[in-house]
Design a protein around this ligand. Structure first.
Ligand code: SAM
Length: 384
C-alpha cells in the first residue's frame, strides 16, 4: 500500500486534487488517493461526527513531551490531533489513517494548522517508511486510538454495524480485497468457530459458525445478526447484542487488526526520542492485551531474569510505564459519550540517556497515580 509520496510524486494532497479543493483551506496534507467520501453520494458533509475519547487525558499525558512531531497513528476525524496542536504550539502532527474518508475528514479538521498538520492514508504498521519519506526522524509522541470511528459505524454502507442494515463489508480501506462477505460465506465452519472463540464467544462459537454455514449465502449485516441471535439461546445471552463479539471478530480479521498492532507499537516505541511518550487507547480486551504486552516488553527490554534479582541477561528497557494499570474514562464522559465506556488507556515514556540502566520492569515512574491493576482484564467491548 503506498501513499502519493510512495508513488514518487511527493505532491501534497491539496495540489493533487487541484480544482476539487480549489478555494478550500488545506494544510500540507498528503494522501494515497481520492478520498472515498468524494464519490457519488458520499459528500464529506454527510459524515457523522466522531467524538474523541479521553481527550483531556491524552493532552495531559502529552503535555511534558519535548517539542517536535507527534504521530497520530489513527487520526480518524482529527479530534485528538486538533487538541494536541491547540495545546502546544511547538508540536506538529503526522496523522495516519487507512480509511480515505477519515483522511478527508482529518484534513478538513486540521486545515487551519497549515504545515503543522500532515495527513497520510496509510496503515499504521507502515509508519516507519511514511515518517522517513516525510523527513521525520524521532517522535515526541505517538497516539493510537484504536478501533473504529463513529462515521465508520454509523454509515450502513460500510457494513460494520449489527444495528444498521448494510452489505457485509467492514473494510476500513475500501480498496483492499478481503471483506466480511468473503469470510462469512467462504470460510469453513471450524475456522469461523475458532475466530469467534478467539473473540470472546467461547460457549456458542460452534453453534454460531454452524448457523452461519447453514444460512449461506448471507449478504447483509441484518441477516448475519439474525443468524447469530438464533444461535445463542436467550437465557444464555450476556448483556448487549449477541452479535457484538461476532461482528468485532469479523472486523478484526478483515482488517488484520491484531496482526498489525504489535508491529506498529514496536515501531512507534523505537522512534520515540528520550522523554517522548506513547499513548494507546483500546476498546476491547484483545487490543488492550496487545498494548499491555508491547509496553511491558519495552519497559523490561524483554528481561528474562527471575523477579527480585538484579538483571543479568543484558536486557535494556526502552520506556517506563506511566501507570501500572489502564486508565478509564470518567463517569461524566461515559454519560456524554457511551463509546468511552469500554476505553482503556495505557501510556509510557521513552527513557533518556542515563536512564537506560534502570532495573528492567521497575514499574511505573512518577507522573500518574498507579492504576487499579485490573484494568486490563476488561472483557467489555465497544458496540458496533
Ligand atoms: C477511534 S478512530 C480514531 C479517532 C480519532 N482519534 C479522532 O480523534 O477522531 C480509529 C481510526 O483508526 C483507523 N485505523 C484503524 N486501524 C488502522 C490501521 N491499522 N492503520 C491506520 N488507521 C487505522 C480507523 O480507520 C479509524 O478512522
Amino acid at each position: 500500500m503506498g501513499s502519493l509520496l510512495a508513488s514518487g510524486t511527493g505532491a501534497p494532497f491539496s495540489t493533487r486534487l487541484g480544482p476539487l479543493l480549489a478555494g478550500e483551506k488545506t494544510g500540507a496534507v498528503l494522501a494515497k488517493g481520492l478520498p472515498m467520501s468524494l464519490g457519488p453520494g458520499r459528500e464529506p458533509g454527510r459524515r457523522s461526527e466522531h467524538v474523541p475519547v479521553m481527550v483531556d487525558q491524552v493532552v495531559e499525558l502529552l503535555s511534558p513531551v519535548p517539542a517536535g512531531v507527534v504521530l497520530d497513528a489513527t487520526v480518524g476525524g482529527g479530534g485528538h490531533a486538533r487538541a494536541c496542536l491547540q495545546a502546544r504550539s511547538d508540536l506538529e502532527v503526522v496523522g495516519l489513517d487507512r480509511d480515505p474518508s477519515a483522511v478527508w475528514a482529518a484534513s478538513q479538521a486540521l486545515a487551519e494548522f497549515g504545515p503543522r498538520a500532515r495527513v497520510v492514508q496509510e496503515r499504521f504498521d507502515h509508519l516507519g517508511p511514511v515518517l522517513d519519506r516525510l523527513g521525520v526522524g524521532l517522535l515526541s509522541g505517538a497516539l493510537f486510538d484504536l478501533g473504529v470511528s463513529s462515521p465508520q459505524l454509523d454509515e450502513p454502507a460500510r457494513g460494520f454495524s449489527y444495528r444498521l442494515d448494510g452489505p457485509l463489508d467492514m473494510r476500513m480501506d475500501p480498496s483492499q480485497e478481503l471483506s466480511a462477505a468473503t469470510v462469512v460465506n467462504q470460510w469453513g465452519a471450524e475456522e469461523l468457530a475458532e475466530l469467534f472463540r478467539d473473540h470472546g464467544e467461547a460457549r456458542f462459537a460452534w453453534r454460531i459458525a454452524a448457523g452461519v454455514v447453514a444460512a449461506r449465502p448471507i449478504s447483509t449485516t441484518a441477516e448475519l445478526a439474525r443468524v447469530v441471535e438464533r444461535a445463542v439461546p436467550p437465557a444464555a445471552r450476556r448483556p448487549g447484542h449477541p452479535a457484538k463479539r461476532v461482528f468485532q471478530a469479523l472486523r478484526a480479521v478483515v482488517n488484520q487488526e491484531l496482526e498489525v498492532l504489535p508491529v506498529a507499537l514496536d515501531a512507534a516505541i523505537d522512534r520515540l526520542r528520550p522523554g517522548g511518550r506513547l499513548v494507546a487507547i483500546s476498546y476491547h480486551s484483545g487490543e488492550d492485551r496487545t498494548v499491555k504486552d508491547r509496553l511491558r516488553y519495552a519497559s523490561t527490554g524483554g528481561c528474562s531474569c527471575p523477579p527480585g534479582l538484579p538483571c543479568a541477561c543484558g536486557a535494556v528497557p526502552r520506556v517506563r510505564l506511566l501507570r501500572r494499570g489502564a486508565l478509564k474514562a470518567s463517569a461524566q464522559e461515559v454519560a456524554l459519550n457511551p463509546r468511552a465506556r469500554s476505553a482503556r488507556l495505557r501510556a509510557a515514556e521513552a527513557l533518556g540517556a542515563g536512564l537506560g540502566d534502570r532495573r528492567p520492569g521497575s514499574g511505573p515512574g512518577p507522573g500518574l497515580p498507579a492504576g487499579p491493576g485490573r484494568g486490563a482484564e476488561h472483557t467489555e467491548s465497544e458496540d458496533q
